[in-house]
Design a binder for this molecule. Structure first.
Ligand SMILES: O=c1nc[nH]c2c1ncn2[C@H]1C[C@H](O)[C@@H](COP(=O)(O)OP(=O)(O)OP(=O)(O)O)O1
Ligand SMILES: [Mg+2]
Length: 207
C-alpha cells in the first residue's frame, strides 16, 4: 500500500491529534485533512473492544464514503491500578459529556480513593501507558495496514504542563522528570505511542 497523495486524510475530530499528525506529516511534505474538513461525515460509533478494531472502523467508514485512502487513530490510557482502564473508553471516561478536564479529574479521584490510607504524600499514583493503534485503509483495494505503539509512564497528582491534550498533564515521564504536557511537540512525537505507531507505519509503507 502506498501513501502517494500529498494530502493525508485522518478520520479524527480530535484537535490534539490533528496538530500532531500535521507536525509529523509536514516533515514528509504532506498536508493533513481531518473530519473538521468533512463535517458532513457523521461521527463513527466506536463500539470496538480494542483500539485496532475502532481504528479500522473509523478508517473504513470514512474511506468508503470518500473513496480515498484514510488514516485513523484509536488511542487511550491504560492504568495499572485500574486493571488497564479506561483503555478504549478513555475519551468518554467521565460520561457522555466528557471533556479532557472532567476525564482527568475523574481519573485522579479514582486513584486517590484507591490510595487512601497509604502514603498519600507520594504524587506518583500508578504506572500507566498510552496506547495507539493506527489503521491506513485503501477503499479501492479494500486493504488496510495496522500499526501500534505505546509509551510507559506514571499517573501523577502533580498535574503540570499546558502542551499536548487529553491526559498529558497527569502523565509523568521519569526520563524527562516532566509530564507529557510539559514536552515540546518534537519531544512528545519522539517518544509517544502515536509517534511510535506512525514511524512503524511509514517504514512499512516504504517497503
Ligand atoms: O497523546 C495523548 N495524550 C493524552 N491523551 C491521549 C493521547 N492519545 C489519546 N489520549 C486520550 C484522549 C482521549 O480521551 C482518548 C482518545 O480517544 P479516541 O477515541 O482515540 O480519540 P477521540 O475520540 O478524542 O477522537 P477521534 O476518535 O475522532 O480520533 O485517549
Ligand atoms: Mg473517538
Amino acid at each position: 500500500m502506498k501513501l502517494d497523495q500529498d494530502i493525508v486524510i485522518v478520520a479524527t475530530k480530535n484537535k490534539g491529534k490533528v496538530r500532531e499528525f500535521e507536525h509529523a506529516f509536514a516533515q514528509l511534505g504532506k498536508q493533513v485533512k481531518s473530519m473538521f474538513d468533512y463535517s458532513d461525515i457523521p461521527d463513527v460509533i466506536e463500539d470496538g473492544l480494542t483500539f485496532a478494531e475502532n481504528a479500522l472502523k473509523k478508517a473504513k467508514t470514512v474511506g468508503d464514503v470518500l473513496g480515498l485512502p484514510v488514516l485513523a487513530d484509536d488511542s487511550g490510557l491504560c492504568v495499572e491500578a485500574l486493571n488497564g482502564q479506561p483503555g478504549v473508553y478513555s475519551a468518554r471516561y467521565s460520561g457522555e459529556h466528557a471533556t479532557d478536564q472532567l476525564n482527568n479529574e475523574k481519573l485522579l479521584h479514582e486513584l486517590v480513593q484507591l490510595k487512601l490510607g497509604e502514603d498519600t504524600e507520594q504524587s506518583l499514583l500508578s504506572p500507566a501507558s498510552f496506547v495507539c493503534s493506527l489503521v491506513l485503509y485503501n477503499p479501492s483495494s479494500g486493504e488496510h495496514m495496522e500499526t501500534s505503539g505505546s509509551v510507559a509512564g506514571w499517573i501523577t497528582s502533580d498535574v503540570a504542563g499546558a502542551g499536548g491534550f487529553g491526559y498529558d498533564p497527569l502523565f509523568y515521564l521519569s526520563e524527562y522528570d516532566k509530564t507529557m504536557a510539559e514536552l515540546s511537540l518534537e519531544e512528545k512525537q519522539s517518544i509517544s505511542h502515536r509517534g511510535v505507531a506512525l514511524r512503524e507505519l511509514i517504514s512499512q509503507l516504504k517497503k
